[in-house]
Design a protein around this ligand. Structure first.
Ligand code: AOF
Ligand code: ZN
Length: 342
């Protein structure tokens, strides 16, 4: 059916906002006049114009709009945010019909956009390719429903189940293609998190080197401020948040954030990130930190590289709980196993 085709295109456009729209949702919009696309747009940047605004702006002959259908991946907004309501824009242009994929679960909108359109006499259909839309915007829906960022766990393990050698000496487990993929993932998410051990032993940069895109915010857990100032993490090239139990201090790039309750460290950390409008985090290790997220049920997705390398002995990889398989991919001689929290 034509509707499905156009909504697929709108979802495709929406995905182009990945890495820049967050914490806003990924939204795409296609405008169709008598079976022909006359305008396309997507929400490109947080704070910037919404998908509908961009799509309408791209239509050369606006007199066609009253005879047109708008396909939008998210219910057009009804609130005055950083931009005026998109529902009002579609009404002003007297669209004949609007087809929506997902209802906006943002309490500011939550169905009111659709109601507004209907009240103005526009024919509205909702729920087209709803499941695809939910997957595409799983970060956005998670932040709204759980008041925390979307959490992706990532690690690489040997064929015999180790994540590192016993002396933590760094030796690559995953292959070069897998590592490039990780850089791409970093560009797609708002932040990357590591624990004290990983910061100390691997001295990671946590930036995007083997791909193009924005560097994520770096997050390090250092409860007792044991990390030396000379680490790459503190080199003042990227915004870095250091969560601890001792000190609150904002410097130019590095911010020390003191959490009060050691027993609620991770939930409080995630709540603080949510407050800072960080919509997604990749947790890159090590085992103790990854396991803490797993045991606390504070994760949404896990991406595990399995390499043919064996160590014989070493630090055991984390153990997933309540995980449902979400696919397997060959990355050269590594296997990437994906999971969702069940
Ligand atoms: C739409 N089309 O393309 C997007 C929508 O802060 P603002 O003004 O940008 O508003 C952000 C909220 O608007 C966001 O939380 C979500 O509810 C909705 N996003 N709505 O009609 C769009 N990006
Ligand atoms: Zn809008």
């Amino acid at each position: 059916m034509q509707d499905i085709l156009f909504m697929r295109r709108a979802l495709e456009l929406a995905a182009l906002g990945r890495g820049t729209a967050s914490p806003n949702p990924l939204v795409g919009c296609v405008i169709v006049h008598r079976g022909r696309i006359i305008g396309e747009g997507w929400h490109q940047k947080y704070g910037g114009p919404h998908a509908e605004v961009n799509a309408v702006a791209g239509v050369a002959d606006k007199s066609l709009l009253p005879e047109s259908t708008a396909y939008v991946t998210l219910e057009p907004c009804s609130h005055f945010g950083k931009t005026p309501p998109c529902a009002d824009l579609l009404i002003a242009h007297q669209f004949r019909r609007v087809v929506v994929c997902n209802i906006d679960s943002n309490p500011l909108v939550g169905g009111k956009g659709v109601e507004k359109l209907k009240a103005a006499g526009i024919e509205v259909e909702t729920g087209l390719l709803e499941e695809e839309g939910k997957v595409l915007n799983r970060r956005f829906f998670t932040t709204i429903e759980k008041n925390r960022p979307y959490v992706i766990l990532k690690w690489a393990q040997t064929a015999d189940g180790f994540i590192a050698r016993e002396d933590f000496s760094s030796r690559w487990i995953s292959n070069a293609e897998a590592r490039r993929l990780v850089h791409r993932w970093r560009a797609e998410e708002d932040a990357v998190l590591v624990g004290t051990g990983t910061a100390l032993c691997d001295n990671p940069r946590l930036n995007v080197r083997d791909w193009t895109g924005n560097d994520p915010v770096r997050i390090v857990i250092d409860r007792f401020l044991r990390l030396p100032a000379g680490l790459h993490l503190f080199d003042q090239t990227q915004t870095t948040l250091c969560y601890n139990l001792l000190q609150e201090e904002a410097r130019e790039y590095v911010q020390f954030i003191r959490l009060e309750n050691p027993a609620e460290f991770l939930p409080d950390l995630l709540a603080d990130l949510h407050w800072r409008k960080i919509g997604s985090v990749i947790v890159e290790g090590g085992t103790a930190v990854l396991q803490a997220f797993i045991d606390g049920g504070l994760w949404d997705e896990a991406r595990v590289f399995r390499s043919p390398v064996t160590f014989g002995r070493g630090i055991a990889a984390p153990r997933l709980k309540d995980a449902g398989p979400a696919g397997k991919h060959e990355i050269g001689d590594n296997l990437l196993w994906m999971y969702h929290r069940a």
